[in-house]
Design a protein around this ligand. Structure first.
Ligand code: SF4
Ligand code: SF4
Length: 183
């Protein structure tokens, strides 16, 4: 039964991911290549060689086969949801195949709603995990970034929360981030 549910959930989730990527288009944190500011710090492997980006639900279906010009591997990671995957790369990829988490970095998507849980919508906020690598956060955070990018990240979030798998993953990440902030 679980397998059937998963199969049924996959197609709408993949369509939602595609729509979220379309909402972002080619927008990046700055109008110019921000990687020149920091030698693409967020793409460099750390000393463990295991850091990487958490994939959204069913996003791993885009990475079943090797992709030319984009060396990567997938590792299991249940941080956000059971059966989750993390993509570990070698520091180069093509925009077309870039995971969604990389496309929105150094921002993250926060889901907001009223007290009854209605009127849900998304805002973009700096990802606290980016502070250790991304100079844009120290240079003013959201204000330092292209406002079209900031707005597009929120729009991508509004697309994602139409899908229950994505909504659960975003809420799970939000709980973790909020716990981190309380520590
Ligand atoms: S660390 Fe920040 S400034 Fe550097 S490439 Fe990544 S997003 Fe751009
Ligand atoms: S997948 Fe691409 S954008 Fe993401 S960390 Fe690797 S090289 Fe950078």
């Amino acid at each position: 039964m679980a397998i059937i549910m998963r199969l049924l959930a996959r197609r709408p989730a993949v369509r939602t991911l595609e729509a979220a990527c379309a909402a972002l288009g080619d927008l990046t944190p700055l109008k110019r290549d921000c990687g020149r500011l920091c030698a693409a710090a967020c793409c460099q492997p750390d000393e463990t060689g295991l850091n990487g980006m958490l994939l959204f639900p069913f996003e791993e279906s885009r990475y079943r086969r090797p992709i030319e010009g984009f060396p990567f591997r997938l590792v299991d990671d249940d941080t956000l949801f059971k059966g989750g995957k993390r993509l570990v790369c070698e520091g180069t990829c093509t925009r077309e195949h870039r995971p969604l988490a990389c496309r929105i970095f150094p921002l993250r998507i926060r889901v907001q709603s009223d007290a009854l849980g209605d009127q849900a919508h998304c805002v973009a906020e700096p990802d606290p995990r980016a502070w250790c690598v991304c100079p844009l956060l120290e240079q003013g955070g959201l204000r330092a970034m292209d406002q079209a990018f900031v707005a597009a990240v929120a729009r991508a979030g509004d697309v994602l929360i139409q899908n229950v798998s994505m909504l659960e993953a975003l809420c799970s990440e939000q709980r973790l981030i909020d716990e981190m902030r309380r520590l």
